[in-house]
Design a protein around this ligand. Sequence first.
Ligand SMILES: Cc1cc2nc3c(=O)[nH]c(=O)nc-3n(C[C@H](O)[C@H](O)[C@H](O)COP(=O)(O)OP(=O)(O)OC[C@H]3O[C@@H](n4cnc5c(N)ncnc54)[C@H](O)[C@@H]3O)c2cc1C
Length: 601
Amino acid sequence: MSTENKKDILRGGQFLVKETKCEDVFTPEDFNEEQKMMKDSVKEFVDREIWPKKEEFENKNYDLTEKVMRKAGELGFLGIAVPEEYDGLGMGFVSTMLVCDYISGATGSIATAFGAHTGIGTMPITLYGNEEQKKKYVPKLATGEWFGAYCLTEPGAGSDANSGKTKAVLSDDGKYYSISGQKMWISNAGFANVFIVFARIEDDKNITGFIVENDKENGISFGEEEKKLGIHSSSTRQVFFNETKVPVENMLSERGNGFKIAMNALNVGRIKLAAACLDAQRRVTDSAVKYANDRVQFKTSIANFGAIKYKLAEMATSAYAGESASYRAAKNVEDRIAIRQAEGSSHAEAELKGVEEYAIECSILKVACSEDIQNCSDEGIQVYGGMGFSADTPMESAWRDARISRIYEGTNEINRMLAVGMLVKKAMKGHVDLLGPAQAVADELTGIPSFDKPDYSELFAEEKEMVANLKKVFLMVAGSAVQKFGPDLEEHQQLLLAASDILIEVYMAESTILRTEKNAKRNGEDSQKEQIAMSKLYLYNAVDIVTQKAKESIVSFATGDEQRMMLMGLKRFTKYQNMPNVVALRNTIAEKLTSENEYCF
Ligand SMILES: Cc1cc2nc3c(=O)[nH]c(=O)nc-3n(C[C@H](O)[C@H](O)[C@H](O)COP(=O)(O)OP(=O)(O)OC[C@H]3O[C@@H](n4cnc5c(N)ncnc54)[C@H](O)[C@@H]3O)c2cc1C
């Protein structure tokens, strides 16, 4: 795609008001040769170094995590996103997502160690560091010679990250800051060589970022390893700073810029966390399919039972949807970075702005994929029955490990509210025109519905119309809520959460359908029989969720005629002309899985 064409790519959040053609989305089937090779080598690494040692990871073998991370560094996996001039591989955003995806599937312990090191541990320096800082720290971090950790959270400052009490006091000679404070829940703390630490200077409104080397002679000490529900071999400790001296040249960016750094690091962290949930879903589904085929009850393989087919089909569908949406967004980010670079921005600036543009999608993906892996592993346990509850099978740890993804990188509640909040802000700044489309929906509601019989002969014609209608539901509900409450809308969290669920379903359903449509166009519909079924099944479920969330909102904030009109609109916008046979869809998907005896999409 030329830079000129790339300018037409959707801006962040615009998916809601613009139609996307299937040719314009990137799909996992579009990986180039280099990406396919990278995927294979990461998979081979995981199958050799991580998957066979699952039990050790469950037994709190922190040294093993460090060892595996060092090997990952030797193979270049820790430097994928780092520019070549700092000893990284300098690969594009899609490739960085891909490595994160495939390295994270076997255990949450490595997923977390990898994410904390390459993401929030390294990236703030690559993106905000000055040349000297980058030269000094990034090559060591990119190669795994050193490890990084990110110290933002404190006992009194979690979701309210800017409220930290850690202090940074400038010395009389102006040469160093003295940092004192308590950080908690710090991933990789047990083996990190360098910490990104956020602290407040004097009574500044915003915190400031610092690069702090680990040196126990310099007032740095640690709490015991936290006893956790999951990710048992991910090191998580409190870190105490007691008058830790940090040279002034180790301030990251400028004074008071720490909150911005922290939030931007989280944008990247969120989309990467979504990727980190994907291979876990594939592996869980894969194990469930194999077990279902093997396990015999009532003289038949349990894979033949409708109840099990239901689960396998839903598990595979959510994994497929997660992949579709994550790689779609990843390519948007990559293209936006390329546009910025072509316009003269530095790599760091381009990457920051490129990801920030899609902050809404990053939050959507973080929430959707973290909840999907949770549901998927829960159903995985159920497929295994009693054996699923046993620590001897991979389901038990997958379920426990999945739980953290809904909490870190901003809880799912915070991310849900952020997604809608950012969209409203973008509309106010004129970056996404919500007002025009919302008005059009309002006009449609008061107008006479068309009784023309639409032509649904083309693949997904009805489904795409349905997605367009779900977008109208969002505009109808969120539009009138904004009108009613104005800036006070942020006080109405339950409405924001419901609106966010609609937004999430729209993005996930649309991405899934577009991926399948693209592949059907190039390989023929016959080659996509099960993917078509998954796309239809995802949409069917999405319509249900949207209906429920929209109804809940409408009856809570609208009354009288307005309520009646919106409920009628909701009925109109969520009505299928031809209902899909949902059981048949699930059976098609499940039968493919069980005949291939693996997650085969
Ligand atoms: C295993 C693990 C590893 C971690 N790794 C790191 C790390 O490496 N570095 C780091 O800095 N931090 C790390 N964290 C911290 C993590 O980011 C925080 O736990 C998370 O941001 C939530 O903060 P909190 O725990 O203080 O919860 P709280 O902020 O107290 O939230 C409690 C509940 O209240 C809700 N809530 C809070 N505020 C609002 C609001 N305004 N509106 C509605 N609901 C709200 C939350 O969604 C949540 O459900 C880690 C945590 C864990 C458990």
